[in-house]
Design a protein. Structure first.
Lengths: 164, 196
């Protein structure tokens, strides 16, 4: 299975907006994961949302995430700890890897990791119906994060784009 | 990611931005002003982070209710310019109103380093490129070794403000570091970030 990144932009959520042609050097860029060059995981997570409230919540949360990322400070500095906190941590090659969870609107939670060069990679977008995530959900997130980190280290992560 | 990226013209089957927007077709559409409000809230949060001030500390400093700070930073409501000015003043900053054309970059803020990085994807869009994919030099090398060359390659050097249509001719026995020796520039676009 191949994994690639796809940059998420404001025009994915709002037709009357365009990404800036220049970014401040310290801005964060937000990416989703694409499996086998066709399976866009963010798109699939959003497609699986069944009710209107969840969809509204997801759209608002993603716009907030993109707009805060454009500014540069790491997200955990821009939100309080209830809104943005590590949901899972593990040691990998002497690095403490943190998977962050963002809760910005309604029930939707966005899990992400940081990659070097100011990149944010969304691991999943899910409605939170319970207080904590299960052991198997943590395991799945950890495996996906490890896969992304390993491929990035070996320069095996390409960035896919499609013209708007 | 290095500053030099190779972008190749390709065709892929990813959902388009319109496909994304269609997922939300059955809910109320967003106005441009809704996005602007989120942008403003993000700027206020960034200023707070830049001054190393927590929301609670700010509420104490400004004698504001914590709920007022939260509402402002969450982009709720429609704050007056007086509120924005007070927010900046309590943190030791001025608040100004800037105007710009939609195609121009936003002014740099105190928390930004004094540098702009052109967004290669947007630049290629502006250059009317078709579907594109960004690849590392390793990936270009391996694709070429396996006979999966793309229709065209562009090399972006944001630091030099250039985007070049390049020709890579490489015998498959060559190793990666030698690729750069084999690149010839067919056409170079010099761009000025203000004019795109």
């Amino acid at each position: 299975m191949t994994l690639a990144l796809r940059r998420l932009k404001i025009e994915h959520f709002c037709s009357n907006q365009k990404s800036p042609l220049v970014d401040p050097a310290d801005a964060f860029k937000v990416y989703g994961i694409v499996e086998n060059r066709t399976n866009d995981l963010v798109f699939e997570d959003l497609r699986s949302l069944s009710n209107e409230a969840d969809k509204k919540s997801a759209r608002t949360a993603l716009i907030k995430l993109l707009k805060h990322a454009e500014n540069g400070p790491p997200l955990e500095k821009c939100f309080d700890s209830k809104q943005c906190h590590p949901i899972h941590q593990f040691l990998h090659q002497n690095d403490n890897i943190k998977i962050w969870r963002l809760w910005l609107a309604g029930v939707i939670r966005i899990c992400f990791i940081y990659l070097p060069s100011n990149r944010i990679v969304i691991l999943n977008i899910l409605p939170k119906r319970q207080d904590s995530i299960t052991k198997s959900q943590k395991g799945n997130l950890e495996n996906l994060a490890l896969d992304i980190l390993a491929r990035d280290k070996q320069s095996l992560l390409s960035v896919l784009e499609e013209k708007s | 990611m290095s500053n030099q990226m190779t972008v190749c013209v390709t065709e892929n089957k990813l959902p388009t931005p319109q496909d994304y927007r269609d997922l939300f077709a059955d809910i109320e559409p967003l106005e441009a002003f809704d996005i602007k409000k989120e942008e403003l809230a993000a700027q206020l949060s960034a200023l707070l982070a830049h001054t190393d001030t927590s929301r609670s500390e700010f509420a104490t400093l400004a004698h504001w209710k914590k709920s007022r700070v939260t509402a402002l930073l969450n982009g709720n409501g429609n704050p007056t310019f007086k509120t924005l000015w007070e927010f900046a003043s309590f943190l030791g900053y001025e608040a100004d109103l800037h105007f710009r054309l939609p195609s121009e970059a936003r002014a740099l803020e105190p928390w930004n380093s004094k540098q702009l990085t052109p967004n290669p994807i947007a630049i290629l869009d502006a250059l009317s490129a078709i579907d594109i994919e960004m690849q590392s030099s390793d990936e270009v090398f391996h694709d070429m070794l396996n006979g999966h060359d793309r229709k065209a390659y562009f090399s972006i050097k944001p630091d030099e403000y250039t985007c070049s249509l390049i020709d890579i001719s490489m015998p498959i026995t060559e190793s990666l570091p030698q690729i750069s020796q084999k690149i010839t520039i067919k056409k170079q676009y010099k761009f000025d970030i203000k004019n795109i």
